[in-house]
Ligand binder design. Sequence first.
Ligand SMILES: [Zn+2]
Length: 350
Amino acid sequence: MSVHEQPTKFTAARTSDEPPAFDSRLAVAPAPPCPLCSGTRSDVLQRITVRHLAIGGTYRLRRCLDCDLVYITPRLDDRTLATLYGEEFYFPPDSPFSGIAGGVVELIQDARRQVVEKRARVGRLLDVGSGDGAFVHHMASHGWDATGLDFSPAASELAARRGLRGRYLMGSLADHDLPLRSFDAVTMWQVLEHIGEPVAMMRHVRALLRPGGLLVASVPNIDGLSATLTGERWWGLDVPRHLVHYTPATLRRVIADAGLHVVDVRHFSLQYDPYALLHSSLDWAFTRRHFLSDLAKQQVAGSMGPLEYGYNVAALAVLAPVLAPLALLATTAGAACRRGGFIEVIARRP
Ligand SMILES: [Zn+2]
Protein backbone atom coordinates (compact mmCIF):
# COMPACT_ATOMS: atom_id res chain seq x y z
CA MET A 1 0.00 0.00 0.00
CA SER A 2 1.31 3.39 -0.86
CA VAL A 3 2.39 6.04 1.59
CA HIS A 4 -0.42 8.40 0.71
CA GLU A 5 -3.31 6.06 0.96
CA GLN A 6 -4.35 3.38 3.34
CA PRO A 7 -6.79 0.79 2.03
CA THR A 8 -10.38 1.85 1.71
CA LYS A 9 -12.60 0.54 4.38
CA PHE A 10 -15.99 -0.97 4.67
CA THR A 11 -17.15 -3.72 6.90
CA ALA A 12 -20.20 -5.81 7.40
CA ALA A 13 -18.85 -7.79 10.31
CA ARG A 14 -21.26 -9.13 12.85
CA THR A 15 -20.49 -9.25 16.52
CA SER A 16 -18.25 -12.16 17.30
CA ASP A 17 -19.37 -14.69 19.87
CA GLU A 18 -15.83 -15.00 21.12
CA PRO A 19 -14.66 -13.21 24.24
CA PRO A 20 -12.68 -10.01 23.76
CA ALA A 21 -8.92 -9.98 23.28
CA PHE A 22 -6.69 -10.40 26.33
CA ASP A 23 -9.32 -12.54 27.99
CA SER A 24 -7.65 -15.59 29.48
CA ARG A 25 -10.60 -17.74 28.36
CA LEU A 26 -9.47 -17.13 24.76
CA ALA A 27 -7.12 -20.06 24.94
CA VAL A 28 -9.99 -22.54 25.24
CA ALA A 29 -12.71 -20.72 23.29
CA PRO A 30 -14.00 -22.83 20.40
CA ALA A 31 -12.96 -21.63 16.95
CA PRO A 32 -15.82 -19.90 15.12
CA PRO A 33 -16.97 -21.33 11.78
CA CYS A 34 -15.24 -20.35 8.55
CA PRO A 35 -16.84 -17.23 6.96
CA LEU A 36 -16.72 -18.89 3.52
CA CYS A 37 -17.72 -22.56 3.94
CA SER A 38 -18.92 -22.62 7.59
CA GLY A 39 -16.39 -25.37 8.28
CA THR A 40 -15.32 -25.70 11.90
CA ARG A 41 -11.91 -27.34 11.47
CA SER A 42 -9.01 -24.89 11.31
CA ASP A 43 -5.29 -24.59 12.00
CA VAL A 44 -3.73 -21.59 13.69
CA LEU A 45 -1.32 -20.05 11.17
CA GLN A 46 -0.07 -17.18 13.31
CA ARG A 47 -0.58 -15.55 16.67
CA ILE A 48 -0.15 -11.80 16.52
CA THR A 49 -0.05 -9.53 19.51
CA VAL A 50 -1.24 -5.96 19.05
CA ARG A 51 -0.20 -3.31 21.54
CA HIS A 52 -2.82 -0.63 21.28
CA LEU A 53 -4.98 0.74 24.07
CA ALA A 54 -8.44 -0.06 22.73
CA ILE A 55 -7.76 -3.12 20.58
CA GLY A 56 -4.70 -4.67 22.21
CA GLY A 57 -4.51 -8.40 22.59
CA THR A 58 -3.42 -11.58 20.92
CA TYR A 59 -5.22 -12.45 17.69
CA ARG A 60 -5.06 -15.67 15.73
CA LEU A 61 -5.00 -16.13 12.00
CA ARG A 62 -6.72 -19.44 11.22
CA ARG A 63 -6.68 -21.39 7.99
CA CYS A 64 -9.86 -23.34 7.33
CA LEU A 65 -9.03 -27.01 6.73
CA ASP A 66 -12.01 -27.40 4.39
CA CYS A 67 -11.69 -24.42 2.02
CA ASP A 68 -8.29 -22.84 2.85
CA LEU A 69 -9.69 -19.41 3.73
CA VAL A 70 -7.65 -17.53 6.35
CA TYR A 71 -9.60 -15.51 8.91
CA ILE A 72 -8.98 -13.71 12.17
CA THR A 73 -10.17 -14.67 15.63
CA PRO A 74 -11.39 -13.14 17.79
CA ARG A 75 -13.18 -10.72 15.51
CA LEU A 76 -13.88 -7.32 17.03
CA ASP A 77 -17.51 -6.27 17.10
CA ASP A 78 -18.87 -3.72 14.59
CA ARG A 79 -18.76 -0.83 17.01
CA THR A 80 -15.13 -1.34 17.94
CA LEU A 81 -14.14 -1.91 14.31
CA ALA A 82 -15.86 1.33 13.30
CA THR A 83 -13.61 3.25 15.68
CA LEU A 84 -10.60 2.07 13.66
CA TYR A 85 -11.66 4.05 10.59
CA GLY A 86 -11.56 7.63 11.84
CA GLU A 87 -10.05 10.46 9.87
CA GLU A 88 -6.55 9.47 11.04
CA PHE A 89 -6.94 6.34 8.89
CA TYR A 90 -6.69 8.52 5.79
CA PHE A 91 -3.85 10.56 4.47
CA PRO A 92 -4.27 14.16 5.69
CA PRO A 93 -4.88 16.62 2.84
CA ASP A 94 -2.58 19.24 4.40
CA SER A 95 0.38 16.92 4.90
CA PRO A 96 3.81 17.96 3.56
CA PHE A 97 3.62 14.77 1.48
CA SER A 98 0.36 15.80 -0.17
CA GLY A 99 2.05 17.37 -3.20
CA ILE A 100 3.94 14.18 -4.09
CA ALA A 101 1.00 12.09 -2.94
CA GLY A 102 -1.36 14.02 -5.23
CA GLY A 103 0.70 13.07 -8.26
CA VAL A 104 0.93 9.43 -7.25
CA VAL A 105 -2.80 9.29 -6.47
CA GLU A 106 -3.54 10.52 -9.96
CA LEU A 107 -1.34 7.81 -11.49
CA ILE A 108 -3.01 5.12 -9.40
CA GLN A 109 -6.52 6.29 -10.26
CA ASP A 110 -5.61 6.40 -13.92
CA ALA A 111 -4.32 2.81 -13.81
CA ARG A 112 -7.52 1.72 -12.05
CA ARG A 113 -9.70 3.51 -14.60
CA GLN A 114 -7.92 1.72 -17.42
CA VAL A 115 -8.60 -1.66 -15.80
CA VAL A 116 -12.30 -0.79 -15.83
CA GLU A 117 -12.53 0.96 -19.20
CA LYS A 118 -10.75 -1.86 -21.02
CA ARG A 119 -13.67 -4.07 -20.08
CA ALA A 120 -16.73 -1.88 -19.62
CA ARG A 121 -18.34 1.00 -21.50
CA VAL A 122 -18.51 4.34 -19.68
CA GLY A 123 -21.71 4.32 -17.65
CA ARG A 124 -22.80 3.88 -14.03
CA LEU A 125 -20.15 2.97 -11.49
CA LEU A 126 -20.37 2.03 -7.82
CA ASP A 127 -17.17 2.14 -5.76
CA VAL A 128 -17.70 0.18 -2.55
CA GLY A 129 -15.42 1.34 0.27
CA SER A 130 -14.70 4.60 -1.51
CA GLY A 131 -12.57 6.01 1.33
CA ASP A 132 -11.43 9.56 0.68
CA GLY A 133 -13.27 9.55 -2.68
CA ALA A 134 -10.23 9.89 -4.95
CA PHE A 135 -11.32 7.14 -7.35
CA VAL A 136 -14.97 8.25 -7.54
CA HIS A 137 -13.85 11.81 -8.24
CA HIS A 138 -11.46 10.58 -10.93
CA MET A 139 -14.12 8.47 -12.66
CA ALA A 140 -16.73 11.24 -12.44
CA SER A 141 -14.19 13.55 -14.07
CA HIS A 142 -13.92 11.05 -16.95
CA GLY A 143 -17.60 10.86 -17.77
CA TRP A 144 -18.77 8.16 -15.39
CA ASP A 145 -21.96 8.48 -13.36
CA ALA A 146 -19.98 7.54 -10.25
CA THR A 147 -21.22 6.76 -6.74
CA GLY A 148 -19.02 6.05 -3.72
CA LEU A 149 -20.16 4.12 -0.67
CA ASP A 150 -18.27 4.02 2.61
CA PHE A 151 -19.36 3.18 6.12
CA SER A 152 -17.00 5.68 7.72
CA PRO A 153 -18.44 9.16 8.45
CA ALA A 154 -14.87 10.49 8.31
CA ALA A 155 -14.59 9.32 4.69
CA SER A 156 -17.78 11.07 3.59
CA GLU A 157 -16.76 14.26 5.41
CA LEU A 158 -13.37 14.25 3.68
CA ALA A 159 -15.02 13.86 0.26
CA ALA A 160 -17.46 16.70 0.98
CA ARG A 161 -14.76 18.98 2.37
CA ARG A 162 -12.61 18.50 -0.72
CA GLY A 163 -15.54 19.30 -3.00
CA LEU A 164 -15.10 16.13 -5.04
CA ARG A 165 -17.15 15.18 -8.08
CA GLY A 166 -19.48 12.21 -7.87
CA ARG A 167 -22.06 11.09 -5.33
CA TYR A 168 -21.12 9.86 -1.87
CA LEU A 169 -23.22 7.64 0.36
CA MET A 170 -22.46 6.70 3.94
CA GLY A 171 -23.19 3.26 5.34
CA SER A 172 -23.31 -0.28 3.98
CA LEU A 173 -25.01 -1.70 0.88
CA ALA A 174 -27.97 -2.76 3.01
CA ASP A 175 -28.52 0.83 4.19
CA HIS A 176 -29.31 2.11 0.69
CA ASP A 177 -31.97 1.20 -1.82
CA LEU A 178 -29.66 1.19 -4.83
CA PRO A 179 -31.45 0.14 -8.04
CA LEU A 180 -30.91 -3.51 -8.94
CA ARG A 181 -29.32 -4.51 -12.28
CA SER A 182 -28.31 -0.91 -12.86
CA PHE A 183 -24.52 -0.63 -12.57
CA ASP A 184 -22.12 -1.15 -15.46
CA ALA A 185 -19.22 -1.62 -13.06
CA VAL A 186 -18.63 -2.15 -9.34
CA THR A 187 -15.15 -1.63 -7.91
CA MET A 188 -13.81 -2.66 -4.50
CA TRP A 189 -10.20 -1.56 -3.98
CA GLN A 190 -8.73 -3.24 -0.89
CA VAL A 191 -12.15 -3.75 0.65
CA LEU A 192 -13.06 -7.45 0.73
CA GLU A 193 -10.46 -8.21 3.39
CA HIS A 194 -12.46 -5.92 5.71
CA ILE A 195 -15.70 -7.84 5.17
CA GLY A 196 -16.69 -10.54 7.64
CA GLU A 197 -19.40 -12.13 5.44
CA PRO A 198 -17.92 -11.82 1.96
CA VAL A 199 -20.27 -14.13 0.02
CA ALA A 200 -23.41 -12.36 1.26
CA MET A 201 -21.92 -9.04 0.30
CA MET A 202 -20.86 -10.22 -3.14
CA ARG A 203 -24.39 -11.55 -3.76
CA HIS A 204 -25.64 -8.05 -3.08
CA VAL A 205 -23.06 -6.66 -5.50
CA ARG A 206 -24.14 -9.18 -8.13
CA ALA A 207 -27.75 -8.03 -7.78
CA LEU A 208 -26.73 -4.42 -8.38
CA LEU A 209 -24.77 -5.20 -11.55
CA ARG A 210 -26.57 -5.28 -14.88
CA PRO A 211 -26.18 -8.58 -16.76
CA GLY A 212 -22.70 -8.50 -18.28
CA GLY A 213 -21.67 -5.84 -15.73
CA LEU A 214 -18.08 -5.80 -14.46
CA LEU A 215 -16.65 -6.39 -10.99
CA VAL A 216 -13.06 -5.46 -10.12
CA ALA A 217 -11.90 -6.27 -6.58
CA SER A 218 -8.36 -6.17 -5.20
CA VAL A 219 -7.05 -7.65 -1.93
CA PRO A 220 -3.73 -8.49 -0.27
CA ASN A 221 -2.53 -12.02 -1.07
CA ILE A 222 -1.76 -14.11 2.03
CA ASP A 223 0.15 -16.58 -0.18
CA GLY A 224 2.12 -13.84 -1.95
CA LEU A 225 5.90 -13.57 -1.82
CA SER A 226 5.76 -10.45 0.38
CA ALA A 227 3.62 -12.18 3.00
CA THR A 228 5.97 -15.17 3.01
CA LEU A 229 9.08 -13.00 3.34
CA THR A 230 7.85 -10.77 6.16
CA GLY A 231 5.60 -13.13 8.16
CA GLU A 232 3.71 -11.47 10.96
CA ARG A 233 5.05 -8.06 9.91
CA TRP A 234 3.39 -8.29 6.49
CA TRP A 235 1.63 -4.98 5.96
CA GLY A 236 -1.36 -6.71 4.35
CA LEU A 237 -2.29 -8.47 7.60
CA ASP A 238 -3.37 -5.22 9.27
CA VAL A 239 -4.51 -6.97 12.45
CA PRO A 240 -7.27 -6.60 13.61
CA ARG A 241 -8.86 -4.56 10.78
CA HIS A 242 -8.54 -7.27 8.14
CA LEU A 243 -11.06 -9.98 8.95
CA VAL A 244 -10.33 -12.34 6.05
CA HIS A 245 -7.15 -13.06 4.09
CA TYR A 246 -7.31 -14.36 0.53
CA THR A 247 -5.30 -16.49 -1.83
CA PRO A 248 -6.07 -16.48 -5.56
CA ALA A 249 -8.10 -19.70 -5.06
CA THR A 250 -10.20 -18.51 -2.12
CA LEU A 251 -10.82 -15.14 -3.79
CA ARG A 252 -12.08 -16.96 -6.89
CA ARG A 253 -14.33 -19.12 -4.77
CA VAL A 254 -15.97 -16.21 -2.92
CA ILE A 255 -16.74 -14.47 -6.21
CA ALA A 256 -17.98 -17.65 -7.91
CA ASP A 257 -20.12 -18.66 -4.89
CA ALA A 258 -21.88 -15.29 -5.20
CA GLY A 259 -22.89 -16.16 -8.77
CA LEU A 260 -20.34 -14.08 -10.66
CA HIS A 261 -18.22 -15.41 -13.48
CA VAL A 262 -14.48 -15.00 -12.76
CA VAL A 263 -12.63 -13.85 -15.87
CA ASP A 264 -9.13 -13.44 -14.42
CA VAL A 265 -7.05 -13.03 -11.25
CA ARG A 266 -4.19 -10.60 -11.84
CA HIS A 267 -1.01 -10.38 -9.76
CA PHE A 268 0.83 -7.20 -10.55
CA SER A 269 0.29 -4.18 -8.35
CA LEU A 270 3.11 -1.71 -8.81
CA GLN A 271 1.18 0.87 -6.84
CA TYR A 272 0.95 -1.19 -3.64
CA ASP A 273 3.29 -4.12 -3.61
CA PRO A 274 6.80 -2.52 -3.46
CA TYR A 275 5.76 0.01 -0.83
CA ALA A 276 4.03 -2.63 1.29
CA LEU A 277 7.10 -4.89 1.24
CA LEU A 278 9.39 -1.97 2.07
CA HIS A 279 7.07 -0.97 4.90
CA SER A 280 6.93 -4.53 6.29
CA SER A 281 10.71 -4.98 6.05
CA LEU A 282 11.45 -1.69 7.82
CA ASP A 283 9.22 -2.78 10.69
CA TRP A 284 11.96 -5.24 11.68
CA ALA A 285 14.13 -2.26 12.63
CA PHE A 286 11.57 0.15 14.02
CA THR A 287 10.64 0.20 17.69
CA ARG A 288 6.98 0.09 16.76
CA ARG A 289 4.98 -1.20 13.82
CA HIS A 290 3.85 1.08 11.00
CA PHE A 291 6.29 3.84 11.96
CA LEU A 292 6.71 4.77 8.28
CA SER A 293 3.03 5.31 7.51
CA ASP A 294 2.45 6.95 10.90
CA LEU A 295 5.28 9.35 10.12
CA ALA A 296 3.84 10.10 6.68
CA LYS A 297 0.45 10.73 8.24
CA GLN A 298 1.98 12.96 10.93
CA GLN A 299 0.84 10.71 13.75
CA VAL A 300 4.17 10.22 15.50
CA ALA A 301 4.58 13.50 17.39
CA GLY A 302 3.89 13.12 21.07
CA SER A 303 3.59 9.34 20.92
CA MET A 304 7.31 8.60 21.47
CA GLY A 305 10.27 10.24 23.19
CA PRO A 306 12.99 12.14 21.28
CA LEU A 307 15.49 9.28 21.65
CA GLU A 308 13.14 6.66 20.25
CA TYR A 309 12.02 9.02 17.50
CA GLY A 310 15.65 9.76 16.57
CA TYR A 311 16.50 6.08 16.41
CA ASN A 312 13.53 5.30 14.14
CA VAL A 313 14.24 8.20 11.78
CA ALA A 314 17.92 7.18 11.59
CA ALA A 315 16.95 3.56 10.85
CA LEU A 316 14.64 4.80 8.12
CA ALA A 317 17.34 7.02 6.59
CA VAL A 318 19.92 4.21 6.55
CA LEU A 319 17.74 1.28 5.51
CA ALA A 320 15.18 2.74 3.11
CA PRO A 321 17.65 3.49 0.26
CA VAL A 322 18.93 -0.09 0.47
CA LEU A 323 15.60 -1.84 0.92
CA ALA A 324 13.52 0.18 -1.58
CA PRO A 325 15.20 -1.20 -4.75
CA LEU A 326 15.22 -4.70 -3.24
CA ALA A 327 11.50 -4.43 -2.52
CA LEU A 328 10.85 -3.37 -6.11
CA LEU A 329 12.87 -6.32 -7.44
CA ALA A 330 11.31 -8.89 -5.12
CA THR A 331 7.73 -7.79 -5.77
CA THR A 332 8.24 -7.71 -9.53
CA ALA A 333 9.65 -11.25 -9.37
CA GLY A 334 6.77 -12.33 -7.11
CA ALA A 335 4.16 -10.97 -9.52
CA ALA A 336 5.89 -12.64 -12.48
CA CYS A 337 5.72 -16.00 -10.64
CA ARG A 338 2.02 -15.37 -9.85
CA ARG A 339 2.80 -14.76 -6.20
CA GLY A 340 2.06 -11.04 -6.09
CA GLY A 341 1.59 -9.33 -2.72
CA PHE A 342 -1.77 -8.08 -3.96
CA ILE A 343 -4.25 -9.71 -6.30
CA GLU A 344 -7.10 -8.33 -8.37
CA VAL A 345 -10.09 -10.33 -9.54
CA ILE A 346 -11.97 -9.44 -12.71
CA ALA A 347 -15.48 -10.91 -12.92
CA ARG A 348 -18.81 -10.42 -14.69
CA ARG A 349 -22.45 -10.96 -13.89
CA PRO A 350 -23.61 -13.65 -16.32
ZN1 LIG B 1 -13.78 -22.79 4.97
